[in-house]
Design a protein around this ligand. Sequence first.
Ligand code: MLT
Length: 265
Amino acid sequence: MRIELQDTNLFVEQVGDGQPLLLIHGFPLNHEMWRPQIDTLSAKAKVIAPDLRGHGQSPPTDGPYSMDLLADDCAGILEALEIDQPVVVCGLSMGGYISFAFYRRHPELVAGLILAATRAGADSVEAKTKRDDAAQQTEKHGPQSVIDSMLPILLAPQTYQDKPDLVSRVAGIMAQTSSSGMVSALMGMKSRPDSTTTLRQIKSPTLIIHGEGDQIIPANEASAMHAGIAGSKLKIIPDAGHLPNLEQTQLFNQALESFLSELNT
Ligand code: MLT
């Protein structure tokens, strides 16, 4: 379905009933990266999976897309869907950066947090320079330049070997993002604030989940968030890289299912 917001419209898949579970995708992906979660967890929860502006079936708008803007888009979606109870917010990587912004801006809407393959810190000076380079390359050569640089490090070595179909599927999802969407998201991530101080403020039940072999955000970032968020749970997934929800679907879904069922007891 399409949801009208003030300055744009966004594609959202909503399926299932029960505890609302908002799935916020990573860069430069879209709701399709959550297919195994949408299909399984919708038996137990009301799954809401948007395409962020400029990604998938949601059109680009003028950038940059700050994490605050994307978090407010998510809140706008919940309002438009008339969700009348707090939601579990599950964000992967850039989706995690957005989840921190969502928590700061809309804490009353959060029943629980799932922080997947993400980090609390802001970009280093070096990382900011890389964002500028990636944006320049994308403007010159189109989205394929981001795909070519990210795809070889996105997944665990085991995944490239054992699941070539998954590698092609992920490349296909990335290819649905426009150059403009990519550049606007890169610039938004580059200027995101440090969320380290937010960790101490988080009072909602929190699950931190990370691939052991993540080459984009190392697993020690997950341990640091676990140490910072009182009462949080940490699940490290073996034989998984930056997309543990696709690389080790069963383990990832089990972790989410038990988090959701503990929340409702
Ligand atoms: C993502 O997967 O969303 C991105 O790799 C995050 C980032 O570039 O910091």
